[in-house]
Design a protein around this ligand. Structure first.
Ligand SMILES: [Fe+2]
Length: 361
């Protein structure tokens, strides 16, 4: 087996400044406008800054946003790209980097995961400013295609060369961003731990991530600095977990439902997660380990209670019932279903959606 992770990870307060030791040659910072305002003093970097703007209403960049960013890279010819931001900034930079290195590549080739070797023109380093997507660690990037469908691209080429997990960068997250990104990270950790891929380092890190995030997210959401730091490290560990042990039913369902009804990725994962745990309980004994680190008897119920405390909906009753069948078909086609603990037929998936729709845990 293998375990993939960035070659260099800096973490702790002030670690973003240490990213400069990985800069070679001409560098450029890609970041978001508000993000840069709140982190530039921590970053303390004297490189040209490009403010990335996203045109989509949801949290992910569009193909056009990425093509525009690629033009900037092609003009500026950096030898080190530094992406500082949440998931959309880092994901957009990862994908624009592909076009910078290989201007002739097409979206179809990217969507079929045919990513040629990168790093001939530039390396990529990153610092996450939310505690959820794990894209500073992972091999994944998400884009909205021309049909407004979210597409996940996965390639080990997209694992950054160096990454910083600096708790100073997440201090300014709003309560809702802290909650939704934290619930995304918790979903990554749980799905990685229970997936059919048993990868000892990934599982070990994912289980620790579950403990860190579940126990610290409520206080972190209230703005407590120490617990916010621990959740940020939980996000880092969860991403090491899912990069190597993958995800399952929750993400397979969150993509079509979140895309159709414009719901933030972390929020729709949070809504679905208690039902995903309940459905998978009969196929894996690992939920017992999760109960132990969370300090609860019933993991699914504890996650539902957590959602109630965060004012997150506890059902998908906002989905019109006549959408459930077509959503089930999309979920069935997802490659993530291959590693979900329970092998599920289309009928099983539909029953899961009905359960989440009725709110019957
Ligand atoms: Fe996610």
């Amino acid at each position: 087996m293998q375990f993939y992770t960035p070659r260099n990870i800096e973490f702790g307060r002030g670690s973003i400044e240490k990213l400069q030791r990985y800069v070679d040659g001409r560098a450029i910072i890609i970041t978001g406008k508000n993000t840069w305002e709140s982190v530039k003093d921590f970053a303390n970097m004297d490189y040209p800054v490009h403010i990335f703007t996203r045109t989509s209403f949801t949290g992910e960049p569009t193909e056009r946003d990425i093509e525009n960013l690629a033009k900037v890279l092609i003009n500026e010819e950096p030898q080190t790209i530094i992406a500082i931001g949440g998931g959309s900034v880092i994901d957009a930079t990862k994908l624009a980097w592909i076009f910078y290195e290989h201007p002739e590549i097409t979206w179809n080739e990217i969507y079929s995961y045919k990513i040629p070797p990168l790093r001939r023109k530039s390396k990529l380093i990153a610092a996450e400013t939310t505690s959820g997507t794990g894209t500073g660690i992972s091999a994944a990037a998400v884009v909205i295609d021309q049909n407004r469908i979210k597409r996940g691209i996965v390639s080990e080429q997209l694992i950054v060369d160096a990454s910083a997990y600096d708790p100073n960068l997440v201090l300014s997250m709003s309560r809702n961003t802290a909650i939704y990104s934290g619930m995304d990270a918790l979903t990554h950790a749980i799905e990685a731990y229970i997936s059919k891929i048993n990868n000892i380092p990934a599982d070990t890190l994912a289980l620790k991530a579950i403990e860190l995030i579940y126990r610290n997210l409520p206080e972190s959401a209230d703005g407590d600095e120490r617990t916010r730091e621990l959740v940020h490290y939980g996000n880092m560990l969860a991403a090491m977990g899912f990069t190597n042990a993958r995800l399952g039913l929750c993400h397979a369902a969150a993509h079509p439902i979140g895309g159709r009804f414009d719901i933030e990725h972390g929020k729709i994962n949070a809504i679905l997660l208690p039902y995903v745990v309940r459905v998978n309980e009969k196929c894996t004994s690992r939920i017992k380990d999760i109960a132990r680190v969370m300090g609860v008897d019933d993991v699914a119920q504890a996650l539902l209670t957590m959602n109630e405390e965060f004012d997150i909906p506890v059902t998908i009753d906002f989905v019109p019932e006549d959408h459930l069948e077509s959503i089930a078909s999309e979920i069935e086609k997802s490659a993530l279903m291959r590693v979900n603990p329970c092998s599920m037929s289309r009928e099983d998936i539909l029953e899961f959606l009905r359960m989440a729709h009725r709110g019957e845990l």
